[in-house]
Design a protein around this ligand. Structure first.
Ligand code: NAD
Ligand code: TDX
Length: 360
């Protein structure tokens, strides 16, 4: 039985990954989830798995060397799946330090503890171990509007404090692979959407605001392009890279689904109109009049697009969920989880929202 140490498993992608893994492998794996439960971590995301014998939650900060090495001392970890990070670009523009702390230092602690636990006395590493570092396409910078893709060989050119911190963490993983032959893979994925995404990110923010008749803030001219991937497809890609990816390689993961932000907002409005019954009073709120162009994000990258050719050729992964289907599944999930949204938008979220969108 393989033991997975998942970091950041109480966040958006981490919790989707844990659900995916238990649905696929059921009792044949063990998962230890280590998460500091920042504003973005929510144990409610995992309530269906929390009573499993083969699931353990540890509340700890990945920067805490003692706590992390204790997990490695007490368990024979086969695979680390490293999601834990500060993940929101706008927050990184306002408060970069915590991004360096968690994303760079935290990754260094995870690498060091895994290395110490996995290395053999005579050199090399125990058989079958792997550290999967979950990263982003934002490390490659921005593409021109009229073409081009990010490949694994594209140069790193991060612009935001978030992407600079993720690029630094990728470089650390690369340095461990080059220096120690540390068994790892890096995946660089495009924008995810789906259940359990915190409503600071574009898609859940627009769904939530539209349902509440609140303005829909679109940065700049709304024509920035992102390449959207349904989160379950990302979870599957990570599992496949753990199983089949060649050690020391990087794999780009993307949806072949480029859309301008304004297109995303319009699709959400149209889908909400289709899905809400006429009897639902919220239906009247959902109109294009809510769209409000606001000041652009500082240093806003214009376009991201992934060429997922390598992961398809070597690992056999391809995106499966078409955007039309994925956005319906996502909206349906938010319809069915109104309490989840109420809980995460109470308290601190209100302060964040006021400072971010209503202060100027
Ligand atoms: P998220 O913000 O939803 O979740 C992050 C999780 O990490 C939370 O549960 C939080 O409590 C935890 N965490 C934060 N700091 C921690 C610390 N110091 N110690 C332990 N736990 C800590 O993020 P997400 O969107 O699920 O992203 C997960 C990973 O995937 C990140 O590394 C991110 O860079 C990467 N990624 C995200 C996307 C995307 O579209 N969301 C795309 C590509 C890559
Ligand atoms: O209110 C908004 N209005 C708006 O126009 C918000 C929150 C965003 N936007 C724009 C900015 C981006 O062009 O929408 C686009 C998507 O924004 P986010 O959802 O904040 O995602 P992005 O900045 O592209 O980064 C995401 O994808 C890559 C994740 O947050 C990162 O963690 C991941 O690495």
């Amino acid at each position: 039985m393989k033991t997975y140490l998942v970091t950041g498993g109480a966040g958006f992608i981490g919790s989707n990954f844990i659900h995916y893994m238990f649905e696929k492998y059921d009792k044949d794996i063990r998962i230890i989830n280590v998460d500091a439960l920042t504003y973005a971590g929510n144990l409610e995301n995992l309530k269906e798995v929390s009573s499993r014998d083969n699931y353990t939650f540890v509340k700890a900060d990945i920067c805490d060397k003692d706590a992390i090495s204790k997990i490695f001392e007490e368990n024979d970890i086969d695979h680390v799946v490293h999601f834990a990070a500060e993940s929101h670009v706008d927050r990184s523009i306002r408060n970069p330090e915590v991004f360096v702390q968690t994303n760079v230092l935290g990754t260094a602690v995870m690498l060091n503890c895994a290395k110490a636990s996995w290395e053999l006395e005579g050199g090399g590493f125990k058989e079958g171990k792997k550290f999967l570092h979950v990263s982003t396409d934002e490390v490659y910078g921005s593409l021109p509007e009229d073409g081009g893709y990010f490949y694994e060989t594209s140069p790193y050119e991060p612009h935001s404090p978030y992407s600079a911190s993720k690029a630094s963490s990728d470089m650390l993983v690369k340095a461990y692979m080059d220096t120690y032959k540390f068994p790892a893979n890096i995946t660089n994925c495009s924008n995810n959407y789906g259940p359990y995404q915190f409503p600071e990110k574009l898609i859940p923010l627009i769904i939530n605001n539209a349902l509440n008749g609140k303005k829909l803030p679109v940065y700049g001219d709304g024509k920035n392009v992102r390449d959207w991937l349904y989160v379950r497809d990302h979870a599957k890609a990570i599992d496949m890279v753990i199983q089949k990816g060649r050690l020391f390689e990087t794999y780009n993961v993307g949806g072949h689904n480029e859309k301008q932000n304004i297109e995303i907002v319009n699709i959400i409005l149209e889908t909400l109109q289709e899905m809400l019954p006429d009897s639902d009073p919220r239906k009247a709120n959902v109109t294009k009049d809510l769209i409000t162009y606001v000041e652009d994000r500082k240093g806003h990258d214009r376009r991201y697009a992934i060429a997922p050719d390598k992961i398809k050729a070597e690992v056999g992964w391809e995106p499966e969920t078409m955007f039309k289907e994925g956005i319906r599944l996502t909206i349906k999930w938010y319809f069915e989880h109104e309490d989840w949204m109420k809980n995460v938008t109470s308290g601190d979220y209100q302060n964040y929202y006021r400072t971010m969108y209503e202060a100027s």
